[in-house]
Design a protein around this ligand. Structure first.
Ligand code: ADP
Ligand code: ADP
Length: 216
């Protein structure tokens, strides 16, 4: 299964990606996570990406695409993958299509996680991430009173780009650059919208129901 998740920042892509990828036994490939790992690791890629991420802008396509190409070439991605956060504009989508075509592959399905703006702002304002295992939490919805991960005990942090000013800009970037992917993939006949409101488990269930008809 070759799957892409699209949706605005805060829609729940990362949260759902961990469950969907594990249900389907495919690797979850989150470009945001790979960039953040490079930032923490102090690599050249991390230094470059950080200037864009801090502003809430997209990292340039050449850099992002090269990184995704490398990751998709790894052994564990040969029989399927779930992309979270890539592609993020039509140019990336076109290059992904050509890259997969060269390898005799194609996307099976693009799931759009649908939530309204107010919910997105609420979700991003309370997002906390575990610096040890990467799990995503929410201060209010997960009733997090301490700053510790319930899964591994690691310390939680708030992403720099989840501050209010940057969030507003990221939502504009989504509308301008990423939202056009919805009609791009609808035209290709592989887009399915999923209502991403309500409890996490219910959203996962809806996503799995949407995926089932596309499974080999
Ligand atoms: P969110 O989960 O809130 O949508 P991500 O973790 O996916 O955010 O991305 C964080 C940041 O990483 C983005 O704002 C952008 O700067 C960079 N980024 C992630 N994926 C891409 C991509 N496909 N193209 C360009 N930049 C990206
Ligand atoms: P994205 O990757 O699309 O930016 P995340 O998966 O990081 O989104 O989720 C953003 C925030 O919303 C996190 O704090 C997460 O715990 C919370 N969240 C995700 N799904 C739900 C849901 N169904 N109900 C309530 N909160 C959610």
């Amino acid at each position: 299964m070759r799957l892409v998740l699209v949706g605005p920042p805060g829609a729940g892509k990362g949260t759902q990606a961990q469950y969907i990828a594990s249900n389907l036994s495919i690797p979850k490939i989150s470009t945001g996570d790979i960039f953040r790992a490079n930032v923490s690791g102090g690599t050249d890629l991390g230094r470059l990406a950080k200037t864009y991420m801090d502003r809430g802008d997209l990292v340039p396509d050449e850099v992002t695409i090269a990184m995704v190409r490398d990751r998709l070439s790894e052994d564990d991605a040969q029989d399927g993958f779930l992309l979270d956060g890539f592609p993020r504009n039509v140019a990336q989508a076109e290059i992904l299509r050509d890259m997969l075509k060269d390898w005799g592959q194609a996307l099976d399905l693009v799931l759009e996680l649908v939530v309204d703006d107010d919910e997105v702002v609420r979700r991003l304002a309370g997002r906390r991430t575990c610096s040890q295992c990467g799990r995503i939490w929410h201060v209010e919805f997960d009733d997090k009173k301490d700053d510790k991960c319930d899964a591994c005990g690691g310390p939680l942090f708030q992403r720099d780009d989840d501050k209010e000013q940057t969030v507003r800009h990221r939502l504009e970037v989504y509308q301008e650059q990423t939202a056009p992917l919805v009609s791009y993939y609808a035209d290709e006949g592989i887009l399915v919208g999923v209502d991403a409101t309500g409890p996490v488990e219910e959203v996962t269930q809806r996503a799995m129901e949407a995926i089932r008809p596309f499974m080999g």
